[in-house]
Design a protein around this ligand. Structure first.
Ligand SMILES: [Zn+2]
Length: 213
């Protein structure tokens, strides 16, 4: 099963992708993770990527495509994969169609208010790095972790920054969403409900499309 997941930050991509990954025994591949790994291992590719990242530039299509192509040719991808964060451009989508066309594209849809509530409530411990949520996973004391460390809000999780990230997401991904919709591969998935319900709905979609029995 070859799955592409598209969705704004805070729509639950990570959680759902890891559930599907376990369920189907296929890897969850995020280009961000591969980039960090290549940089850490100081490979030729990693050095190239680092240059762009350090200059604050987008990694060009050719490089991203090379990275993904290499990753998808590894043995653990034989049964399929879940791609998250790729493709980001029409060029990338067209290339993916050439070497590994997806079976389905899940478009995670979640109202902005829900995303803002989810992300802006997050607090991170300065000492141990643990994540809390003021509403969904409240810390033992306000602004204190169980380890005693002080909690803070990441810059990325401030409502104004989240709104900006949502705008950037839309600008970047609308053409990709349209690309896959035209091909009949795109399915909208409402990610407002809890993860169990979302997964159940996705399995229904897979059945309807004959991807699973
Ligand atoms: Zn802590």
């Amino acid at each position: 099963m070859k799955i592409v997941i598209i969705g704004p930050p805070g729509a639950g991509k990570g959680t759902i992708a890891s559930r599907l990954s376990q369920m189907f025994g296929i890897p969850h591949i995020s280009t961000g993770d591969i980039f960090r790994e290549e940089i850490r291992k100081e490979t030729e590719l990693g050095k190239k990527i680092k240059e762009y990242v350090e200059k604050g530039l987008l990694v060009p299509d050719e490089v991203v495509i090379e990275v993904v192509k290499k990753r998808l040719s590894e043995p653990d991808c034989q049964k399929g994969w879940i791609l998250d964060g790729f493709p980001r451009t029409i060029k990338q989508a067209e290339e993916l169609d050439k070497f590994a066309p997806p079976d389905i594209v899940l478009n995670f849809v979640c109202p902005d208010e829900v995303i803002i509530e989810r992300l802006s409530g997050r607090r991170v411990c300065k000492k141990c790095g643990k994540n809390w949520h003021i509403k969904f996973m409240p810390p033992p004391q306000p602004d204190r972790c169980e380890c005693g460390g002080e909690l803070y809000q990441r810059e990325d999780d401030k409502p104004e920054v989240i709104k900006k990230r949502l705008e950037v997401f839309r600008e970047q991904f609308t053409p990709i969403i349209e690309y896959y919709r035209k091909k009949g591969l795109l399915v909208d998935v409402d990610t407002t409900p809890p993860p169990d319900v979302i997964v159940e709905n996705i399995l229904k979609i897979f059945k309807e499309r004959g991807l699973i029995k």
